[in-house]
Design a protein around this ligand. Structure first.
Ligand code: ZN
Length: 417
């Protein structure tokens, strides 16, 4: 009864809205209107089209103008009402963007039908979400307004993760496959958060709701001679400006061992403490333990002892323990090199004394949350353009910025009309 009553109520509302709009022919602006191409477009009567709205399908009759010069046509009313996107009304377009930021195109289509009673095919969701995401990505480059409070200590994390690509997008690119080819492109993520809250042991923990993200498949490298920042470094700088990262009394950058992360950190924030995410360091030790001992109790004990050495800052005995396996395992030599290179970023007892949060996967979780759960699912293969649009849409949604984007977009559309 409930669902039937809702359907009926929406249908009535849709008919009322249709009647009101179709009874108003003020969108007829005379026999001729200027065309965006510079030519002039002739009135061709009223044309009907069905739009998917929050009330269900709307059948609208609108004044139609056709331009001979560029052989295209337009309806002034569509522009005025913001109906120019994929036969979706702005209300449905917004719902579609929200859904597709969180779940797959197929699932979005199902949720829109089930929850809102609107029909948007998976293909329509994909096209609309990618178009919105592309708009968000463009706006992100220009919209660098301050948001949120500056905390006494601010944290900035960087990480990368592979996004599965269509084969045409990775042709002739070097990668990690056995034959040297690539199946993925690396998406790079910057995340900023605060950790003023304390747990029962009075250790800093991440403040709920303080996390924002920005990410894209783009380069973190520039020529040494270039005065310009890399695309990714510029992204990091924009996100840091938005959050007031450098205005904090103390700043910490967290990441794994990748060179591009520390190069970017040193270039942009030489004053910030550099901390190797403890979660990443432990992951390396645990992988090495499994290589040497397999999945045995002895191996588990060995890994735990290395963890303790790491947490207690006993890097010397940690490295000595690895040295015992260095002649036999390349992985052990790599791990020694990794610790040596990052030793200053692994002074965990000192960082803890200073009340810094040394990360238990905050950065790693960022990549999983933003990229993994949405873009790395069975059967998904992306283009760079499509992936970057959905990443932008998702970052905006998860960082609480989608609403602001939507308001600015509506204002822009109104002003243009
Ligand atoms: Zn024209």
């Amino acid at each position: 009864m409930e669902m039937a009553a809702r359907r009926q109520a929406l249908r009535l509302a849709a008919r009322a809205l249709e009647q009101r709009l179709n009874g108003d022919s003020s969108d007829h602006g005379g026999a001729e209107l200027p065309c965006p191409c510079g030519g002039s477009a002739q009135y061709h009567g009223r044309h009907g089209k069905t739009f998917e709205s929050a009330l269900g399908p709307l059948h609208l009759q609108r004044a139609y103008y056709h331009c001979k010069q560029c052989e295209s046509g337009f309806c002034p009313r569509d522009r005025a009402l913001g109906l120019e996107s994929f036969s979706l009304t702005p209300g449905v377009l917004r719902m579609t963007g929200s859904a597709a930021a969180l779940v797959s195109f197929e699932e979005s289509s199902g949720l829109l039908r089930e929850l809102a009673g609107v029909e948007v095919s998976a293909k329509q969701v994909e096209r609309a979400a990618e178009a919105l995401g592309a708009e968000i990505a463009v706006e992100e480059h220009q919209q660098v307004e301050k948001m949120g409070e500056v905390a006494p200590t601010m944290y900035l994390g960087m990480d990368g993760t592979g996004v599965p690509m269509r084969s045409s997008e990775v042709a002739n690119r070097a990668g990690k496959q056995a034959d040297g080819s690539a199946k993925t492109r690396e998406a790079k993520l910057v995340t900023i958060w605060t950790a003023e809250s304390r747990n029962e042991q009075n250790k800093p923990v991440r403040d709920p709701g303080s996390v924002t993200y920005s990410a894209a498949i783009e380069s973190a490298a520039t020529l040494d001679t270039s005065p310009e920042l890399s695309d990714f470094a510029a992204r990091v700088q924009r996100e840091a400006s938005r959050r007031g990262f450098t205005e904090a009394q103390r700043q910490a950058v967290l990441g794994d061992g990748s060179a591009w992360i520390w190069n970017t950190a040193t270039e942009l924030f030489p004053q910030a403490a550099q901390i190797l995410d403890r979660f990443h360091a432990k992951e390396h030790l645990s992988q090495l333990g499994k290589v040497i001992y397999g999945d045995s109790p002895e191996g588990k004990q060995w890994i735990q002892t290395r963890y303790d050495e790491l947490d207690e800052g006993r890097l010397q005995s940690l490295v000595e323990a690895l040295h015992r396996h260095a002649s036999q395992y390349k992985e052990a030599r790599d791990c020694i090199h990794y610790i040596w290179k990052n030793r200053r970023r692994m002074r965990y007892p000192k960082f803890h004394q200073q009340n810094f949060c040394t990360g238990t996967g905050v950065v790693e979780a960022g990549c999983k949350v933003v990229i993994g759960t949405r873009l790395k699912r069975a059967g998904m293969h992306w283009t760079v353009k499509g992936a970057n649009a959905i990443i932008a849409l998702r970052c905006s949604k998860l960082s609480g910025r989608f609403e602001g984007f939507w308001e600015r977009r509506s204002e822009r559309k109104q002003a243009a009309a």
